[in-house]
Ligand binder design. Structure first.
Ligand SMILES: C[S@@+](CC[C@H](N)C(=O)[O-])C[C@H]1O[C@@H](n2cnc3c(N)ncnc32)[C@H](O)[C@@H]1O
Ligand code: SF4
Length: 375
C-alpha cells in the first residue's frame, strides 16, 4: 500500500484580509455545522475509493481558517477521518489564526493527534498588520506561539514580505520573536497582489503604496540570512525550518507524491489524475447530498507531463529532485534523457548521480532555469 496525504479545506474566516483571494467566506455556526457534515460524508465516500490502496500518513487541515471551527466540530471531522480511512499519521497540521485560537483549543488539537500548528502571523508590526486587514494584535500572535510551543506541538508561523510600510527592521523583529518563542518553522511569502482583492483595487486607484521589488527582495534575503543565523535552513523557496522540522505534508506537493483534497475547492493528485472539488458551496453540497464525490477531473497527466512536473516542483526545493526515484518511476535515465537541456543550464545546477538542484545563488532565477529544462 502506498502512503497518501489528506488535505481538508475549511473555507471560513472571521474577517477578510485585504490581500487574500483564498476560497473562504464569513459564516455563522449553522453554516459551519452544515459544512462539517458534508466533509464527514465526503470522507466516508472517499474511503470507498482509497481505503484499500492507500495509508494516510500526513493530514493538513487548512483554509480559510480551521480554528474558526469549535474543537467539537473539528474533532468530528478528525474522528471520522480516522474511522473511515487506513491511517498511520506521522504528521498532522492545523492552520490557525491568532484571533480564533486559545489554549483550550490547542489542548484539544493535541488530544486529537495534531502534531503541528501553523499560525497565520504575517507581521508583528501593528501598523503593517492594520494596513493589510489583520485583526489580531502582535501580543495575540506571540501568545498563540507560546500556547502551541508550551503544549509540545511543532509551531510554524507564516510571514508576508513586501507589505505597506514594512521595513527591514520589521523582518528582524519577526525573526527575534521566532527565536525567543521556540518556533521551528517559518513560511515566508512575498505579497502577491491578487485580482479582485481590496489591496489590488486600492493599488489600481493609486491609493496604496507598496515597497518596490528590490526592497521586497531585500526583505526576503534578510529573513533568509537571519533565520540561517539562528539555525534554520531553507528547504523550499518559501519555507525554512530547524533540523527535521520540514512539513512532510507540503513536501508531498513538491515531490509529486499522492494527496487527496477534501472540502470546497480542494485539489487532489491520485496516480496520474489531477482532480478538484467545486469552489461553489451549492454545487459541492448538491453532489455530496446525492452521495457522490464532488471531484472533477482537471487533467489526466501524460508521462511527459508527470516528468516535467516532477522536475519543476522538485527544483523548488533546496536539495532538489531525487534522480534515482525519477529513473525508477519513469523507467528512464534522467541524466541521459535530459543531457542536452542540462548542458545549457549546468552552470546553475548541482548535479550528482542521485540528485539535481539549483545552486543557492541562482534560486532567485529558478523559473528561467526550470523553463530551459522542461520546454
Ligand atoms: C490560509 S492562510 C493561513 C491561516 C489563516 N487563514 C490566517 O491567515 O491567519 C495561508 C497563508 O497564505 C499567505 N497568503 C495568503 N494570501 C497571500 C497573498 N496574496 N500573497 C502572499 N501570501 C499570501 C499568508 O501568509 C497566509 O497566512
Ligand atoms: S489570510 Fe487567512 S484569515 Fe485572512 S482572509 Fe485569507 S484565509 Fe482568511
Amino acid at each position: 500500500m502506498e502512503n497518501i496525504g489528506v488535505y481538508i479545506h475549511i473555507p471560513f474566516c472571521l474577517s477578510r484580509c485585504y490581500y487574500c483571494d483564498f476560497a473562504s467566506s464569513i459564516a455563522n455556526q449553522e453554516q459551519i455545522d452544515r459544512y462539517v457534515e458534508a466533509v464527514v460524508k465526503e470522507i466516508k465516500l472517499l474511503a470507498t475509493q482509497i481505503k484499500y490502496h492507500y495509508i494516510v500518513d500526513t493530514v493538513y487541515i487548512g483554509g480559510g481558517t480551521p480554528s474558526v471551527l469549535s474543537a467539537k466540530q473539528l474533532g468530528r471531522i478528525v474522528f471520522n477521518l480516522r474511522k473511515s480511512l487506513k491511517c498511520d499519521i506521522r504528521e498532522f497540521t492545523v492552520e490557525v489564526n491568532p484571533c480564533s485560537v486559545d489554549r483550550t483549543k490547542i489542548t484539544a488539537y493535541k488530544r486529537m493527534g495534531v502534531t503541528r500548528v501553523s499560525i497565520g502571523v504575517q507581521t508583528f508590526n501593528p501598523e503593517v498588520a492594520k494596513a493589510i486587514g489583520r485583526k489580531h494584535t502582535p501580543e495575540q500572535a506571540v501568545q498563540a506561539t507560546k500556547w502551541v510551543v508550551e503544549s509540545g506541538l511543532d509551531c510554524s508561523v507564516d510571514a508576508m514580505l513586501g507589505l505597506p510600510n514594512q521595513s527591514i527592521e520589521d523582518v528582524d523583529e519577526f525573526v527575534d520573536i521566532v527565536q525567543a518563542n521556540g518556533v521551528t518553522h517559518v513560511s515566508a511569502y512575498m505579497l502577491k497582489l491578487e485580482e479582485g482583492t481590496a489591496m489590488y483595487k486600492a493599488k489600481q486607484q493609486g491609493k496604496l503604496e507598496l515597497p518596490d521589488e528590490d526592497a521586497t527582495c531585500d526583505m526576503y534575503d534578510r529573513i533568509k540570512s537571519r533565520l540561517e543565523d539562528i539555525g534554520f535552513h531553507r528547504y523550499e523557496v518559501s519555507n525554512f525550518c530547524r533540523e527535521n522540522k520540514e512539513s512532510r505534508h507540503n513536501l508531498k506537493y513538491w515531490q509529486c507524491k499522492p494527496y487527496v483534497g477534501v472540502g470546497l475547492a480542494a485539489h487532489s493528485l491520485i496516480g496520474n489524475r489531477r482532480l478538484y472539488n467545486p469552489s461553489d458551496f451549492d454545487e459541492y453540497y448538491t453532489k455530496i447530498d446525492q452521495g457522490k464525490l464532488a471531484q472533477r477531473l482537471e487533467q489526466k497527466l501524460s508521462i511527459e507531463d508527470m516528468m516535467s512536473e516532477r522536475i519543476m516542483l522538485g527544483l523548488r526545493m533546496d536539495n532538489g529532485m531525487d534522480i534515482v526515484g525519477f529513473n525508477s518511476d519513469f523507467d528512464v535515465d534522467f541524466l541521459d534523457t535530459y543531457r542536452q537541456k542540462l548542458q545549457k543550464v549546468q552552470q546553475y545546477l548541482n548535479i550528482s548521480k542521485e540528485r539535481v538542484s539549483i545552486k543557492q545563488e541562482y534560486m532567485g532565477v529558478m523559473n528561467v532555469i526550470i523553463s530551459e529544462l522542461i520546454f
